[in-house]
Design a protein around this ligand. Structure first.
Ligand code: DC
Length: 228
């Protein structure tokens, strides 16, 4: 059975990772959260105390960054590792959330991470979510989904998610962070967030997780059958 690449893009907290993980589990595919790579690089620079305006210093530090992700069956969760250290909870906090869009707008950082992400596509059988997966990382992905949802709904979702993880944050911090990141992600010069011409739009404002999974699974199975 031939596998495919599924690219899921969309603004912050539109439900991309929830859908991507569900799809990966159902299809027995690998899952890669590309945002976690940008977050981990941001954490690395932040911990080194580098000035994010000093791009040459950041670029010089890239060679020392190794990022990977893996599934932990005992917790049923995907985890991100930065130079061998599990940084999954640190990269989700508000400090990194407020810095990551600035870092991810730097062309050399993007090229570095895109080349790492592309390696995951060599064997197909992958679901990757982010902002530029269908447009830049895997422009030939067999299935591309562009997810959207109302800004208020996205903000409430992110607030609940972080609260449940014990992250100290207020609702207004979340909505400011989302609005700021959406703007930066959509207006940056290199690989801005946009729908690929051949992506299918999925607005999940009024969909349950199960409904969105069923809709996309149908599309995925069709694409898989076309390849076999
Ligand atoms: O998906 P996320 O919210 O964890 O992503 C964090 C940031 O990383 C997001 O604000 C923009 C950036 N990002 C990106 O530029 N390109 C991607 N493919 C994924 C994320």
């Amino acid at each position: 059975m031939q596998s495919i690449i599924i690219a899921i893009d969309g603004p912050s907290s539109s439900g991309k990772s929830t859908l991507a993980k569900q799809l990966a589990a159902t299809l027995k595919y690998n899952y890669v959260d590309s945002g976690a790579f940008y977050r981990a690089a941001t954490l690395y620079f932040h911990e080194l105390g580098l000035d994010l305006q000093q791009h040459q210093q950041l670029i010089a530090a890239l060679k020392d960054i190794h990022i990977s992700n893996s599934y932990n069956p005992s917790t049923d969760k995907w985890q991100t590792f930065l130079n061998g250290r599990n940084v999954e909870s640190e990269i989700r906090g508000i400090t990194i959330s407020n810095l990551v869009s600035e870092v991810s707008a730097i062309p050399e950082v993007r090229s570095f991470i895109v080349s790492k992400l592309r390696r995951y596509g060599n064997e197909k059988g992958i679901v990757m979510d982010g902002r530029d997966i269908g447009t830049v990382v895997f422009p030939d992905a067999e299935l591309k989904i562009y997810m959207t949802a109302d800004e208020k709904v996205r903000s409430e979702r992110r607030f609940r998610e972080l609260k449940s993880k014990g992250v100290e944050v207020t609702e207004s911090q979340i909505s400011e962070n989302l609005a700021g990141r959406d703007l930066l992600d959509k207006t940056r010069v290199m690989a801005p967030l946009r729908k690929a011409d051949d992506a299918i739009v999925l607005d999940n404002t009024n969909l349950t997780k199960q409904q969105q999974l069923e809709q996309v699974l149908k599309l995925a199975r069709l694409k898989i059958s076309e390849r076999n």
